[in-house]
Design a protein around this ligand. Sequence first.
Ligand SMILES: Nc1ncnc2c1ncn2[C@@H]1O[C@H](COP(=O)(O)OP(=O)(O)OP(=O)(O)O)[C@@H](O)[C@H]1O
Length: 255
Amino acid sequence: MIEVDNIHKSFGDNHVLKGITTRFEQGKTNLIIGQSGSGKTVFLKCLLGLFEPEEGRICYNGRIYSDLTMNEKRDLRQEMGMVFQGSALFDSMTVEGNVMFPLEMFTKQSKAEMQERVDFVLKRVNLIDAHERYPSEISGGMQKRVAIARAIVMNPKYLFCDEPNSGLDPKTAILIDNLIQEITQEYNITTIINTHDMNSVMEIGEKILFLKDGYKEWEGTNKEIFKTDNKAVTDFVYSSELFKKVRQMYLEERN
Ligand SMILES: Nc1ncnc2c1ncn2[C@@H]1O[C@H](COP(=O)(O)OP(=O)(O)OP(=O)(O)O)[C@@H](O)[C@H]1O
C-alpha cells in the first residue's frame, strides 16, 4: 500500500501539487486522471521518488520515504516497476535483452536463472516467440507487452504506468488494460496508472483519483464515477456525447 499525506511540490513560483492526501491499496488498479497540466506526471514522479515533495510524506508499506537512508531508498526503488509512455524500449536490444536488462543491472542471478525468469514473464504477457526480435520488428501492442514484462521481471511491489494505452487502437488498449489489471491482482501489486483514456477509467478503475489544478478534486471507484454529481468530474469525464449517453443509460438502469 502507498499512503500519501498532504504532499506539496513546487517549481519556483509554480505551486503544482497543493496538499494531496490519498492511499493506493495493494492488489488494486489505481488511476490518476485530470486535465493536461493538473499535476499528474509530477505526482507520479513524486511516487517514484524522482521528485521529493517540500511538504508532506509518502509511505510505502509502512516505510516513510523521507526517513529512509540512501541505501534503503535504492532498495525501495528496486521494488518499483515502470511502464513508460511510448514503451521506452532499447532499440538496439532484442525483446529478450530488454526484459533481461534489469536483472543484469540489479541482481547477481546466474544466466540460467535470468533466462528462466525472462521466459516466465514473456509467457505471462503472452509473448512466446518474439524473444529474438527487435522492438522495430514488432507491433505497438507487442512493444507494450515487452515493456510490461520488463516492468515486472524484478517482481515489483509497486507498478507505475504512464499512459500505457497511448498510441494503441481501442481493442489492443483494452487487452493491455486487462493484462495490467490481471497482473496487479495475481501478484498483489500496488499499481498506479496515469491515463487520459476514459475507457480505462470505466473498465479497470478500481480507484480513481481526479486531480484539478494540483488539488485532489475527487476520488472514488468506476461505479461511483457514474453517480457523482461533482461538476468538475462530470465535465471532464463526460465531455463526449457518447460518454454522456452511456452515463444516462447506466443511471436509468439503476433507477
Ligand atoms: N521538471 C519540471 N520543472 C518545472 N516545472 C515542471 C516540471 N515538471 C512539470 N512542471 C510543471 O508542473 C505542472 C504540471 O505538469 P504535469 O506534467 O504534472 O501535468 P500533467 O497533468 O501530467 O499533464 P499532461 O496530461 O499534459 O501530461 C506544469 O505547469 C508543468 O510546467
